[in-house]
Design a protein around this ligand. Structure first.
Ligand SMILES: [Zn+2]
Length: 423
């Protein structure tokens, strides 16, 4: 009875979230198409019609592709769960691995096999995005060789870091009794904090080259800004983002001594020194307002709630059968429960997306206000406009789509807020 109820609830949530995604995407595409032929009045003197139409076409191409990949991933999710995909994979590995190599090897093999199959199913979509869409709009710089290299490095990183972590979590789940979820949460949280140090120093350099900012006058300018803001970072780095893509960005990463500011080389080549300073001031605004810490605190809280929920669900037979899987009788169910939980959760949490997006947009406004106080707001405005144009972001998004998905406010709102701060 409960199993049937869960099946129905899950199917309903899955269909509902797909329906909402389709509705939002078609709204966005209609809105952008309807405004394709005219640059919005606020931007008439700064954005050409050609650039505006290029942004519209890029948004539409991404939107159409998004519809296809949403439909496909909904089908895949249904295939894993109610249609018995995970059950079949599990049955096969349970027979093939567990008798010979034991419980832990079987559970790890289930996680690895799942990750490989899921990755292989996503691969055509990633490739189409890179070599068709990004290529067509002149953003892609990747070659097939680089894609293959990235994939192998990604697998190696997953094997070196992911496997031991998975083994640790599975061991905790099996060995620490009914409060395992609390211990697992402590391990997971510790791992996330460790990653903040490992990512910028060990992992990111596997994929990109990082060099100290070479331009002395820019460096002096940036350092005086950082001093004014009371920010002590170990380093200012330039990343060769242009190796993979023409999209430009800047970010702030790390923890403690591993803290650093990273500029994409694509960003430095497009912005004037004043604009770079303003963009950095915006990043420092995130730091000053403790946005990263706040987001992490929320994430840690949510993962604790999620693990506690899993702690209870994994004890219920209907949790497995309701999602299309027979629980194991002679072997631990931990890896199975973990996978099922990660598969089943997104359709239910999808409706929370607007909340996260809203808080992120609020953070962006706060960082912009900070940047206006510490650097030149007019520089920030012109940098934003340049980046918008270079990334072919649409100036006319659908308002509802924005509320749901946009982690950054649309350019119109952002520039209006900058004008209020005197830019
Ligand atoms: Zn920001």
């Amino acid at each position: 009875m409960q199993a049937l109820l869960l099946s129905l609830l899950f199917a309903a949530a899955l269909l509902a979230s797909m329906g909402v995604k389709f509705w939002l995407a078609s709204r966005q595409m209609r809105h952008v198409a309807a405004h394709r032929d005219e640059v919005p009045a606020d931007f008439a003197s700064t954005v050409t019609l050609t650039a505006h139409q290029r942004a519209a076409d890029y948004t539409l191409a991404k939107g159409r592709f998004g519809l296809l990949s949403t439909a496909f991933s909904t089908l895949v999710l249904l295939g894993w769960t109610l249609l018995g995909g995970l059950d079949a994979l599990n049955g096969w590995l349970l027979e093939a691995v567990q008798p010979r190599w034991g419980d832990m090897a079987y559970q790890l093999s289930l996680l690895v096999a799942f990750a490989l199959v899921a990755g292989a199913l996503d691969l055509p979509f990633d490739l189409y995005n890179t070599f068709r869409i990004e290529q067509r709009f002149g953003f892609n710089r990747m070659t097939w060789r680089m894609v293959l290299g990235d994939m192998l490095k990604g697998l190696a990183v997953a094997a070196v870091i992911g496997l031991p972590l998975a083994a640790l979590i599975l061991w905790i789940m099996g060995a620490t009794g009914s409060l395992w979820w609390l211990w697992a949460w402590a391990a997971w949280t510790g791992f996330q904090l460790l990653l903040l140090v490992l990512y910028p120093t060990l992992i990111a350099p596997l994929f990109n080259k990082f060099e100290p900012l070479p331009d002395e006058s820019l460096k002096a300018r940036v350092q005086s800004l950082m001093q004014r803001c009371g920010f002590a970072a170990k380093g200012l780095y330039v990343m060769d983002g242009s190796r993979r893509s023409a999209h430009a960005n800047a970010y702030f990463t790390g923890l403690g001594a591993a803290k650093r500011v990273v500029f994409f080389d694509t960003l430095l080549s497009k912005l004037s020194p004043g604009e770079v300073e303003a963009v950095l001031a915006h990043e420092l605004g995130h730091f000053k307002h403790r946005h990263v810490q706040k987001r992490m605190a929320v994430m840690f809280g949510l993962s604790l709630a999620g693990l506690a929920l899993l702690g209870w669900l994994s004890q219920q037979a209907w949790f497995y059968t309701g999602l299309g899987v027979q629980p194991n009788l002679g072997a631990p169910n931990d890896a199975l429960a973990l996978l099922l939980f990660l598969l089943a959760l997104p359709p239910f949490t999808f409706l929370l997306a607007p909340l996260t997006a809203r808080s992120s947009r609020k953070h962006e406004f706060e960082a912009d206000a900070y940047a206006c106080a510490q650097a030149n707001g007019r520089d920030l405005a012109s940098a934003l406009l340049k980046l918008h144009e270079d990334n072919a972001s649409t100036l006319t998004p659908d308002p509802v789509y924005v509320r749901f998905y946009y982690s950054h406010p649309p350019a119109t709102e952002r520039l209006a807020a900058l004008r209020l701060h005197g830019a």
